[in-house]
Design a protein around this ligand. Structure first.
Ligand code: NDP
Ligand code: 8X3
Length: 256
């Protein structure tokens, strides 16, 4: 049964989609377990949300690439809240824009370890608690890059195609459990994503110039909608792009 104040565990909550989802779910009365590497940001956000909405918020530093770090974060979240109902396995990144035959190990490993292994580690550690709670929802954050690849995005796309494979498998594996599984797959969204990818503020900003790109709040709204549907309704996959982006890649983007 759906509890009155479900506990949502969100990775990558220090920025972008994760932070926006934390803000929206807090306003809806969810209790939160927020993880990322930048603990200072999480502490500030936690203090703000618990004060504003009167909810319980746990935050912890986690590197989702590391098994022990993830296990410790999840254990601490459960010690704080007593349960986990919703998991938003959101932490991820693109690193550079390299052709397949040119990508350095460092960029390849950052993407595959965070976007694929980190997501598996998060769900692997949290799922026993969700099952025990008897009601839940697991969110993957895929991408349009998980539906179509593009030049320079081969490894990033591979990681997001991996998310599609994982979400399909988990949906099948949990069929019969009271746990929904959704992959929210956004297109271009103006967060810190491009800044992390290019490590160049001007280049990151230029990507979104002349486009009304998605925001973190838009993606958070998709997650809220999936959550608030009746329990028997499962949105398996949701592709969401801004109106100015008509293709899965930059191939058809309208600049104002
Ligand atoms: P941001 O860069 O704004 O946020 C990324 C978040 O992930 C940060 O909170 C960061 O926190 C966290 N993170 C990164 N690496 C790790 C790690 N090893 N351990 C723990 N946390 C980590 O980007 P977005 O909000 O845009 O990205 C969120 C997700 O959405 C990613 O999976 C991305 O691939 C996906 N996505 C983004 C799109 C976009 O255009 N923006 C479109 C489609 C999908 P910290 O650095 O503090 O650890
Ligand atoms: C992010 C969208 O197009 O930059 O997942 O790969 S894109």
């Amino acid at each position: 049964m759906r509890p009155d104040s479900p506990v949502a565990l969100i990775t990558g909550a220090s920025s972008g989609f994760g932070e926006a989802t934390a803000r929206l779910l807090a306003a809806k009365g969810y209790q939160l377990a927020l993880g990322a590497r930048r603990l200072d940001r999480l502490q500030k956000l936690s203090a703000e949300l618990s004060e504003k909405h009167g909810i319980k918020v746990f935050c912890g530093s986690v590197d989702t690439r590391e098994t022990a770090s993830v296990q410790d974060f999840v254990d601490s979240a459960v010690a704080h809240h007593g349960a986990i109902h919703v998991v938003v396995a959101n932490a991820g990144l693109a690193s550079g824009l390299h052709k397949v035959w040119e990508i350095p190990d460092e960029d390849m490993e950052a993407m595959l370890r965070t976007n694929v292994e980190g997501v598996v580690k998060t769900i692997r550690s949290a799922l026993p608690h969700v099952r025990r709670a008897g009601w839940g929802h697991i969110f993957f954050i895929g991408s349009t890059a998980g539906h179509q690849s593009y030049e320079g995005g081969g490894v990033y796309s591979a990681s997001k195609h991996g998310i599609k494979a994982l979400s399909h498998a988990l949906r099948l594996e949990l069929c019969g459990d009271p746990i929904r599984v959704t992959s929210v797959d956004p297109g271009m969204a103006e967060t810190e994503f491009a800044l992390v990818r290019f490590r160049d503020p001007a280049r990151a900003k230029a990507l979104y110039d002349g486009i009304d790109a998605l925001s973190g709040a838009d993606v958070a709204e998709c997650i809220r909608w999936c959550l608030e549907l009746p329990d028997h309704v499962n949105i398996d996959e949701m592709i969401v792009k801004c109106r100015d982006q008509a293709s899965h890649t930059m191939a058809k983007v309208h600049k104002h």
